[in-house]
Design a protein around this ligand. Sequence first.
Ligand code: AMP
Length: 537
Amino acid sequence: MFGLMMDTPLLISSIMRHAEKLYGDTEIVSITHDHPRHRYNYQDAFQRVRRLANVFKQLDITFGDVIGTLAWNDFRHFEIYYATACSGVVCHTVNPRLFAEQIRYIVNHAEDKWLFTDPLFVPLLEELQAQLPHIKGYVILSDEEHMPTSTLPNVHCYESLLQQQSEEFDWPEFDERTASALCYTSGTTGNPKGVVYNHRATLLHSYALVMPNALNLSSRDCLLSVVPMFHVNAWGTPYAAPMVGTKIVLPGPRMADGQTLTDLMNEEQVNVSAGVPTIWQALLNYLRESGRTLDTLKRVIVGGAACPLSIMETFEQHGVYVHAAWGMTEMSPLGSINTMDQDPCELPRSVYNELRLKAGRAVFGVDMKIVSDDDQELPWDGKAFGTLKVRGPWITNRYFKHDASALDDNGWFDTGDVATISADGYMQITDRAKDVIKSGGEWISSIDLENAATGHPKVAQAAVIGVPHPKWTERPLLIIVKKDTTLSKEEILAWLDGKVAKWWIPEDAVFVESLPITATGKISKKDLRDQFEDYPK
Ligand code: AMP
């Protein structure tokens, strides 16, 4: 027997309708190349989204087409998210930090029909355009006054196109499994792989994201999204925030600029923010150097990579609580978040620190398990570590244009991460499977070592990679960016004593000016391994 409930499809247009009706005057604030501080509200935004849907008709962009964006976090990118999805068009967010060759590959692989681009990326596109056979034209995200000169064919100005169109548009209703967005993983080997999101997954993920045991968003919050809209849909925040009427602040091209982030946070009364650890490091460095404070910020969600304890502790001095979160492109991306039920005052500091460093518990909707090399499920005892597998309604089952399923025979997705899970469900990533260091047959967690090293007051950043060793097969090598030039190798190695197992302590530490960063803002272990390929020769 079936239940007797309405079969309303879960469509992204329902978020738009809801936000417009209930939270119409909630603000969206952005920085763009043509506005130092652009400000409007959800009602204005969604009126323009309807104009944009009419622009799509004019440009012959129709249901099922894919269009690409090369854009920062701002109000125009937000409008494109909604105008595409709500009219059944797929928004392919291209990461402009990828190599030109990768951009060429993914734009062609996705068969993007039009590209909507920030003026900053026009020179890059001019270089590539002869090799982009599917592109029918380019829309520059600008007003007429700030349009760049360009040799691109069939170029249009975004604001002029919008001005010419009507504010009336009837949003179509269609199958909730219809594709809404496309994002390529910046894999370190082989070509990038496309993850195709759909309406149903996006809506369910948004419900999960706003829950108290997740991002805990509401109409009382102001969110600064420092996670790029070109990578995993800014962790789904542009969909989740309007669902509950959260004010949105978007930093445009100034994402990595500590001063801009501080100005935005303090002047817009931001109380919650999200981003990868490297962004926070930049902000905290700026605060230290400038002596400024964070007046309203209360919590920060840190994901994409393990968050060092030093970042958590420095934020704490500013009265900001850090939530570690874990996820991936293939998971829309939220998998787990550490919301900590325990009262820190009741725990010894070391226990509290150990707990808050974990990636947290799975959000409802994500099923997790850890397995051994022969796919046997391992216990949740906080000690056994193995490959982390997941399943759930916002997790991909097949990469774009791949014939084979991305799942194992039992329908689980292998995340490529290695983790432990404690009896009460707290998951901790010990390493990316590719980065695991195996020494004398035992695993060493590079994340734990990095964490211990960054706790030293003279260390700005630390990374650990495995290097070949004649006796132990592999040993860890500690790579440090100094905060204080007086730091010596002996000092940092001695610091680790007592903080990690004795046999984990590297024999050597090397100092570098900076660490290589991937297109998604993480420390690139692959580039470090290449850089130290000949170590210790
Ligand atoms: P991406 O698909 O680019 O978002 O990268 C996803 C990967 O980032 C995951 O598979 C993890 O290896 C890593 N990652 C994300 N969050 C965390 C975290 N909290 N701790 C450690 N690694 C993380």
